[in-house]
Design a binder for this molecule. Structure first.
Ligand code: GRG
Length: 291
């Protein structure tokens, strides 16, 4: 099976889980369920669930043990995109080539759709905790890394420093690690926690490197990408005078840094017992992504 076939296999597996969740969503009023479904089903790479299932395969942890964690993670990711697009945050009218949630449902409903997704994710995680101690640890890990010691902390720092134009490398690293890398890290660490925790520290480092790589390619794409591929406007960072890895190091140096990160990720996967070929290809896909 080649890389695309394998990626699509994981993707289809996850989409079935997501579709089942979406069809069962019958909260009232109707607009709440509609706005949550709108963003959940508007495409997206589903890279976090794909990563989770692929690491599960590498470690011999079955997908049915991971599927609710993958669902909760995608719900959290989707809420963060809805809130990030709001006028008071990144102010984006488009996401995945379609009007952003608040452009369709209005700002108030978009806030509530995000809240609803986050809250439902926590409800799914709490139910998983009934399955045993390792499930509690995995749920705890996601809560910590998605919360104020993770993604929300990173987004808060991003917002705080937005107008600064020129803050320290340390601040930039804090934002990238927390805003972007930590949620991706949960995708690769959760299967390990469920499987007994043998490669915890290696996979934590892998997640951090992959997240940094993901953010570097995001910054590069803001300069070199286009609306057609990305489904959102480009050139926003420069227009907003936003401090990014590109403005700090320059485009070419960012690409070199991305190569180094990809190499480091590959070395970690090679050190894990099992067939890591798909994950190494996934790292290269992130390095060369166009969307
Ligand atoms: C609002 C609490 C809160 C957090 C927002 C997601 C986020 C944090 C900010 C979005 C800005 C951004 C460009 C983040 C870096 C990378 C990132 C998370 C991109 C979007 O994720 P993808 O590419 O999206 O996996 P798809 O559409 O494929 O699901």
């Amino acid at each position: 099976m080649n890389f695309n076939e394998k990626y699509n296999g994981y993707l289809n597996e996850f989409n079935e889980i997501l579709n089942e969740f979406c069809s069962g969503l019958d909260c009232s009023p109707q607009i709440l369920a509609d706005s949550m479904r709108y963003s959940l089903l508007s495409g997206g790479k589903r890279i976090r669930p794909v990563l989770m299932f692929a690491v599960g395969d590498l470690l011999g942890v079955r997908t049915d043990k991971l599927k609710n964690f993958a669902l909760a993670l995608e719900l959290i990711h989707t809420y963060s995109l809805i809130h990030d697009d709001l006028p008071e945050m990144d102010d984006d009218d488009f996401r995945r080539g379609k009007p952003s949630n608040h452009r369709v449902f209005g700002t108030g409903n978009a806030v509530l759709a995000g809240d609803g997704l986050l809250n439902t994710a926590y409800s799914i995680l709490i139910k998983e905790c009934r399955k045993g101690a390792e499930y509690v640890s995995a749920a705890e890990f996601i809560c910590d890394y998605a919360g104020v010691y993770g993604m929300i902390g990173g987004q808060s720092a991003d917002l705080l420093h937005e107008g600064d134009g020129n803050y320290s490398e340390e601040t930039l690293n804090f934002i990238y690690e927390n805003k972007t890398a930590k949620l991706l890290t949960t995708a690769v660490v959760v299967p390990d926690i469920i499987g007994g925790g043998k490669y915890f520290s290696e996979l934590k480092t892998f997640g951090s490197d992959l997240g940094y790589l993901f953010q570097l390619t995001d910054d590069i794409l803001d300069v070199e990408g286009n609306f057609h591929n990305l489904g959102k406007s480009t050139g926003k960072d420069k227009k907003a005078g936003k401090y990014t890895a590109v403005s700090l190091y320059g485009l070419d140096a960012c690409k070199l840094r991305a190569d180094v990160c990809a190499e480091r990720c590959g070395t970690i996967i090679e050190g894990i017992n099992g067939d890591g070929e798909f994950l190494i290809n996934l790292v290269n896909y992130v390095r060369n992504r166009k969307n």
